[in-house]
Design a protein. Structure first.
Length: 192
């Protein structure tokens, strides 16, 4: 049975989108309640914390581009396409299928160019920012986007360990690790 052009019991898209006011910046008031419920630490709303999901250049760019994408008609179930297109447009050369890469394979790639470490970190920060951005904007994270973000977290943890080995006196190693853990906790506690 159709009612006004739709099937009986067909779910209607009733999502409300939340965007930051450029004059105010990141805040719980401009975030979906589902994000606010999970992202309780103030660092999630810090644009000045390089280890926050939206405070580094990659994460902030990812969030702002995602907001623009939604404003231009993007829909929640298309975010994986947005993420893949953005990764491709950045042209960092990070190996595809990060979820299937081994540490040995990644180390081989990282040693090919001294910038590859930075490229991998940028790629992973984007993955995390887009997933948390989707949650911040519309209150959900699509399963494939969540998978990509968890993959990004895995490699950010790897890079943190690698940095500790290469630079044992790096004063921000523990801070970065704690921030990664907070983002991981939000992603792991999200229920779809």
């Amino acid at each position: 049975m159709k009612l006004f052009g739709r099937k009986k019991n067909q779910k209607i898209n009733t999502l409300k989108y939340y965007y930051d006011d450029p004059k105010v910046g990141l805040s719980p008031e401009s975030s979906h309640p589902n994000f606010v419920k999970l992202a309780t630490d103030g660092f999630f709303y810090s644009a000045g914390d390089d280890f926050s999901p939206f405070g580094n250049d990659d994460g902030n760019d990812g969030l702002r581009m995602l907001e623009d994408w939604f404003k231009l008609g993007g829909r929640p179930h298309g975010v994986i396409r947005f993420l893949r297109d953005t990764i491709a447009s950045w042209g960092l050369g990070v190996p595809q299928n990060l979820d299937r890469k081994t540490i040995k394979g990644m180390n081989t790639w990282l040693k090919k160019d001294q910038m590859n470490n930075r490229y991998l970190a940028s790629d992973c920060r984007l993955r995390v920012a887009v997933a948390l951005g989707q949650l911040k904007i519309c209150g959900i994270i699509d399963v494939p986007v969540l998978h990509e973000a968890k993959t990004g977290i895995k490699w950010l943890e790897f890079l943190n360990v690698q940095s500790r080995e290469e630079f044992p006196d790096w004063e921000y190693a523990d801070l970065e690790a704690s921030r990664i853990s907070l983002m991981k906790a939000v992603l792991n506690s999200y229920k779809h």
